[in-house]
Design a binder for this molecule. Structure first.
Ligand code: ZN
Length: 303
């Protein structure tokens, strides 16, 4: 498989301050690890997403608000910090998904991994939170729809529930949102009873994993619950919110998933359907474990 890898040094310029877990060191570690695979990858540069593209999900007013917060380097909340460069960086994080879709449409690649920051899955239409400013994967989903991939299936394996992504597509039957996450973890959403509303009823699926869950526990969900949902929905493209804070060594959460478990999880995802796949980085805060996890992901994607 031809795999596009999208990252950029501009992502290092989003400065969250000393001691913040969502740091540039995450991407430095990932890109160092991926360097040894580069000859087998199609390296792509992200574009800066236009306000029009961002507005596929976020109202203009919200986009201007984020721009202003970044210009002033404001803390949006205790977790969600901006710096003067963050607006530009966030637009380029969105742009990675756009470049991935375009490269797939142009048949330059079959699959893409976007190593970006800030992450996106906690951002809803009008609210930044949980380290996230713009919802990268949601905008990518809408852009993919504009390019002819009518039905989009989003899989979110980050240890935290992607409340923003769920909210954005909650009443929508053209985008299926599937999430596994640790019970009782931030932001507290992601009840298994939340299955969508109106047209979106039945197109949202949450699975809470008990703290301490191991490889076999999470794999069971991906082997038994996920395949029939994908088969029934029959997506044209599959997008993955890849959060590696499920790793056993992650300091922000309490699942016990090994690097090899992540490899098997990714393998299960990639065998779901013969469609394009775009993975976008969300969480993962133990830099060494994160880098190794991204490596095994990309290795599986190349098979
Ligand atoms: Zn997370």
């Amino acid at each position: 498989m031809k795999v596009g890898y999208i990252s950029d040094d501009i992502y290092l310029k989003h400065d969250t301050g000393a001691g913040h877990p969502e740091s540039k060191e995450r991407l430095i570690a990932i890109n160092k690890e991926i360097k040894t695979l580069e000859d087998s990858l199609v390296l792509l540069e992200p574009i800066k997403a236009s306000p029009k593209i961002v507005s596929l999900v976020h109202p203009h007013q919200y986009v201007s608000h984020i721009q202003e917060c970044c210009e002033d380097g404001l803390e949006i909340d205790n977790d969600t910090i901006t710096s003067i460069e963050s607006y530009e960086v966030a637009l380029k994080a969105v742009g990675a998904g756009i470049v991935a879709v375009d490269a797939i449409v142009d048949k330059k690649i079959d699959r893409a991994f976007a190593a970006v920051r800030p992450p996106g899955h906690h951002a809803s239409k009008q609210k930044a939170m949980g380290f996230c400013l713009f919802n990268n994967i949601a905008i990518t989903a809408r852009y993919a729809q504009e390019k002819g991939f009518e039905k989009v299936f989003i899989i979110d394996f980050d240890v935290h529930h992607g409340n923003g992504t769920q909210d954005i597509f909650y009443d929508d039957d053209s985008v299926f949102y599937f999430s596994t996450h640790e019970e009782m973890s931030f932001p507290g959403t992601g009840s298994m009873k939340d299955i969508g509303v109106e047209d979106g009823l039945g197109f949202n699926y949450n699975h809470r994993l008990a703290s301490g869950s191991e490889d076999e526990d999470i794999l069971k969900v991906y082997k038994e619950k996920l395949p029939p949902l994908v088969e029934e929905f029959n997506p044209d493209i599959i997008l993955v919110s890849a959060g590696y804070d499920i790793h056993e060594r992650d300091p922000l959460a309490g699942l016990n998933i090994t690097t090899e478990g992540i490899r098997r999880l990714v393998s299960e995802i990639l065998t779901l359907k013969d469609t394009p796949y775009i993975f976008m980085l969300e969480g993962g805060y133990k830099t060494r474990a994160l880098a190794q996890s991204v490596r095994v992901t990309v290795e599986e994607m190349m098979k």
